[in-house]
Design a protein around this ligand. Structure first.
Ligand code: FE
Length: 182
């Protein structure tokens, strides 16, 4: 089920995308529209906020009939997180409830990911990314209650399964070399 507010948001996005085709412009337009939607509330049907005790859960809310965008909710219990990943398409994220910590990464010359800053996003906060610029990140619910975020992706997620392009080894999980040689 899609709430009336969500139905309005979807119609608005489809109309916006009739006028703009550039990925940056689409992401910016979707971010503006999503910020307004978050202020309005009443966005998600209860079934789209159901968690999974094993891992963060994705609910596909809507796919545009011309595959220009998808709307997805992600639901996270405390401590649940994505892998470090890059993206196959532009991506706009708005937090509905809870808090999400987003760590961005850059690639070093050897192709390893290096942390490049962490931001905490709270309800109403909206951010976006357009590959390949600064599109490697890891997202974690670092709060003490369920977090729900709404995502707009510039692709058909029903076909792709997710927006993830590539998964990288998490540098925080990498074994450290000893500091001193024996
Ligand atoms: Fe992501």
């Amino acid at each position: 089920m899609v709430t009336p507010r969500m139905a309005g948001f979807i119609t608005r996005l489809a109309g916006l995308f009739d006028r703009v085709a550039d990925p940056h412009e689409r992401a910016r337009a979707a971010a503006d529209a999503l910020a307004g939607l978050l202020r309005a509330g009443g966005i998600l049907a209860p079934e789209h906020t159901e968690p999974d005790p094993r891992r963060y859960r994705q609910h596909l809310v809507h796919v545009d009939d011309r595959a220009r965008f998808s709307v997805v909710s992600l639901v996270w219990l405390p401590g649940q997180h994505t892998p470090v990943h890059s993206h196959a398409c532009w991506c706009v994220v708005g937090v509905v409830t809870g808090r999400e910590a987003e760590t961005r990464y850059r690639l070093d010359p050897a192709g390893r990911v290096v942390p490049a800053g962490t931001a905490v996003n709270l309800p109403g906060d909206v951010c976006w990314l357009v590959p390949p610029e600064r599109d490697i990140h890891r997202v974690c619910n670092d709060g003490d209650r369920k977090a729900v975020s709404l995502h707009v992706y510039g692709a058909d997620i029903a076909v792709r399964g997710s927006s993830i392009n590539q998964v990288y080894p998490d540098p925080a999980a990498r074994p450290r070399a000893p500091e001193h040689a024996p």
